[in-house]
Ligand binder design. Structure first.
Ligand code: FUC
Length: 784
């Protein structure tokens, strides 16, 4: 009986994989015809807290495990007692145009006492691996190998035949039950032999008791007086049929019909008893069939994922059956628009899988790390990266998944107030470039890149942008103190520069580019009033004043911010026709630098638009031409957003092609672009480009930052047919849109809060729509 049941379950598990390729669910699938040879071919699964990346190995499978709060380090003192005293001299040097000397003094005096190399700064660390060894499988005789990740199900599968048996594996990290599951099946009774182990390269003690594997340890806090984060991961191995024994630190199963491995993990990061939490989660999921767990998980995942659908092309997606690396390799040929839709949905999938209310926001690698020290400590860089991580959340209709960024920022405020006081001698709060799970806000150890002090302001603007999308006053009330404190810092810290009397940030930099002065070829970064800072501070003052007005508070403060904003430097166009990156038209040290910070005002900001500021938009275009289309993964993603905002769909698509360049070269070396598993390559893997790239695709189809809902503002000639449903626009409205021959046929608006909306479509007269709360209206265009 059992073996028949097993065959039935196996058949069901793979039934979906055979559905018609035109079905959207099936099209939203990553496919591979071999096991992952490198980590960047493994399939990322996650429920926002726990992550898992199976490699689909035939005789030995390694599944990388992650937990979002595996942070070494601790909250520590970053003060530098001499910094505040040096500030007037640094400012004086800048006002006298002696930037190189100002920078030298900053290196000497104006950096934090303990930077990102200090163990106390910490790093996001992998949880370890689940290692499965299959002694009975003949690796020489394997055929029909298939490995897939369904984005709608949030389930990965592996299937292959060996020695006349078809083996199947199914993996998911349950969003509903907070446990991860690996199921092993076979179409022949008693065919499964497997040894299961947990491992971690450092700070791990593993024990086995019957069918239970436990691994636990404590991470390095970097301070002997402070306990590090303790973690525990526990796995239960349950077999149908066969025999289960414990041997040499592993659970071994021989001759089973089916094996189900459940694991979960917890840490002490937020306090509480992690051992008890792990046991209660495992107990809560015990006794449920894998199908029932998978069903609950997929339903929870789809409640977020299914809010948006996107079809690009006529829906036949002839390439959908090809493997993902094959489609990636051919994307630039232009015949596979459905792959762009897949990539867009993958961005939403990754966002859903790497954060959830109550967790940390996605870090530089989301939640997926396979080493003890993750590149750049897997932290939260504030000069583009963590903000880019959230660009898909608004338009991608995932509002509640922005909650972790609010909590993260709120937690930084007390530390940012100390930094404001200790380094600048003022009120308010600020953060610079580096941030971690321990509320780090100080200027980082290397002023050339670490001293930009608008990091906290940019975070505050992201919180404001969330309000523009959700129009939820209760949320705004919670976010307002963050905005207010950030604005206060700049109100108290701007200095008057001598040439025009403008108020500017000083010291600062334009991330992370340098300029050449005094006939020297040695780049200098430290300056005052970088264009990005001016744009961010202007937007912050405006947003804070608007928020105060909406909440009926702080009218004097708001008026003061509006007045001060008028004295910020305007955006300026250089003689060469490009937007100036600094107050002076310095020669850039790297004309093709990956950051394009001075176009913050184009995207994600809204002060440069082709409609309202055509000269600045033209200068932005020239700036992008000068910067070029290359860059790290995230840099290419940002440029998609820029070109979309400039309403140049073909150029945006060209940049998408650049982002979707295979990152692994024929010699195995890694360059910028996209890995075989579609994770973004800085290199190394950095997830910001996935979220920025997905946001860029959305920006080509729908914009809402310029006083109207713009349909298809940057549609490339290759995407003449398509349809989206459920994208979100600012103003608390969901939008569906169907287009043919590049013209909008029909669009539907659904409003949560009600309101009046202007709708623009290419070649059509603008329309006005008034919706009651919960109201919906469909507009038809043209004479089709
Ligand atoms: C920023 C970028 C780098 C990298 C790092 C994590 O500082 O300039 O390219 O992405 O963050």
């Amino acid at each position: 009986m059992k073996s028949l049941f097993s065959v039935f379950v196996f058949a069901c598990a793979f039934a979906c994989a055979g559905c018609a390729a035109s079905d959207e669910g099936d099209a939203a699938t990553l496919r591979f015809d071999r096991p992952a040879a490198i980590w960047e071919e493994t399939l990322p699964l996650g429920n926002g807290r726990l992550g898992m990346m199976p490699d689909g190995g035939i005789a030995r499978e390694r599944v990388v495990l992650d937990e979002e709060s595996m942070w070494s380090g601790c909250e520590h003192d970053t003060r530098n007692p001499g910094a505040l005293a040096a500030l007037p001299a640094i400012r004086r040097l800048l006002l006298e145009g002696r930037n190189a000397e100002a920078q030298a003094l900053m290196y000497e005096r104006f950096t934090c006492s303990r930077g990102s190399d200090d163990p106390a700064y910490g790093s996001y660390e992998t949880l370890g691996s689940l290692v499965l060894e299959f002694p009975g499988i003949d690796t020489a005789a394997v055929d029909d190998y298939r490995r897939e990740l369904s984005l709608r199900d949030a389930v990965a599968t592996t299937r292959f035949r060996s020695g006349g048996t078809t083996y199947g594996r199914r993996y998911f990290v349950s969003r509903a039950d907070d446990v991860a599951v690996v199921e092993l099946t076979a179409d022949r009774p008693g065919a499964i032999d497997v040894a299961v182990a947990l491992s971690r390269p450092a700070r791990a003690a593993t024990t086995v008791a019957g069918n239970l594997l436990t691994m636990e340890g404590t991470l390095d806090s970097g301070d002997p007086a402070i306990p590090g984060v303790a973690y525990r991961v526990r796995s239960v191995v349950e077999a149908e049929g066969g025999t289960t024994t414990e041997c040499a630190g592993r659970v071994s199963v021989a001759g089973a019909d089916r094996v189900v491995i459940r694991w979960t993990a917890a840490t002490s990061y937020r306090g509480g008893d992690c051992a008890a939490r792990v046991d209660s989660l495992l107990a809560g999921s015990a006794g449920h069939s894998v199908d029932r767990l998978a069903e609950a998980h997929t339903a929870a995942h789809r409640s977020l994922f299914d809010r948006v659908s996107l079809r690009l092309g006529d829906g036949t997606a002839p390439q959908a059956a090809a493997t993902t690396p094959e489609r990636l390799a051919r994307f630039a040929e232009g015949a596979d628009p459905a792959f762009a839709a897949l990539y867009f949905q993958y961005g939403r999938y990754l966002f859903i899988s790497s954060t959830r209310p109550g967790s940390l926001p996605p870090n530089l690698q989301g939640i997926w790390a396979n080493t003890i020290r993750t590149p750049w400590n897997g932290d939260y860089h504030l000069n583009i990266n963590v903000e880019m991580n959230h660009w898909i959340a608004g338009v991608g209709n995932l509002d509640e998944l922005r909650e972790p960024l609010l909590t993260f920022t709120q937690r930084m405020v007390p530390s940012g107030e100390r930094t404001a006081r200790n380094f600048y001698g003022t009120g308010g709060w600020c953060a610079h470039v580096l941030a971690n799970a321990w509320n780090f806000t100080a200027p980082a150890e290397n002023p050339a890149w670490g001293a930009t002090n608008t990091g906290g302001a940019w975070l505050a603007l992201d919180l404001w942008d969330r309000f523009l999308f959700n129009r939820d006053t209760a949320y705004l009330r919670a976010a307002y103190p963050v905005l207010r404190g950030a604005a206060e810092f700049f109100r108290d810290n701007l200095v008057e520069e001598p040439s025009h009397g403008w108020l500017v940030t000083a010291p600062t930099s334009s991330p992370e580019n340098g300029f050449l002065v005094d006939g020297s070829e040695r780049p200098v970064q430290i300056c005052m009033g970088s264009t990005m800072d001016n744009q961010i501070v202007r937007a912050l003052f405006g947003a804070t004043a608007d928020a105060a007005a909406l909440l009926g508070r702080d009218s004097c403060f708001a008026a003061q911010l509006r007045r001060t904003a008028l004295r910020l430097p305007p955006d300026r166009i250089a003689e060469g026709g490009y937007l100036m990156e600094w107050l002076e038209d310095y020669r850039e040290a790297e004309p093709h630098h990956r950051h394009v910070s001075h176009l913050f005002g184009l995207y994600p900001g809204a002060e440069i638009t082709p409609g309202r500021t055509p000269e600045l938009a033209a200068a932005a275009r020239e700036t992008l031409e000068r910067r070029g289309d290359e860059g790290t993964g995230w840099s290419r993603a940002w440029k998609i957003c820029f070109w979309a905002r400039l309403h140049d769909g073909d150029r945006a698509l060209r940049l998408l092609g650049s982002l979707l360049t295979p990152a692994v070269g024929p010699d195995g070396g890694h360059g910028s672009g996209t890995y075989p598993n579609l994770l973004c390559a800085h290199p190394p893997f950095q997830i910001d480009g996935n979220f920025g790239g997905a946001a860029g695709i959305a920006e080509m189809l729908l914009q809402s930052h310029d006083g109207a809902i713009d349909l298809l503002p940057a549609l490339p000639a290759a995407w003449l047919e398509g349809e989206f449903r459920g994208l979100a626009a600012r103003g608390g409205v969901e939008v569906d849109c169907l287009w043919r021959d590049g013209r909008v046929v029909r669009c539907t608006l659904r409003s949560r809060a009600g309101g009046e909306f202007a709708v623009r479509a290419p070649g059509e007269k603008p329309r006005r729509v008034v919706l009651a709360p919960g109201g919906e209206e469909t507009l038809r265009f043209g004479r089709r």
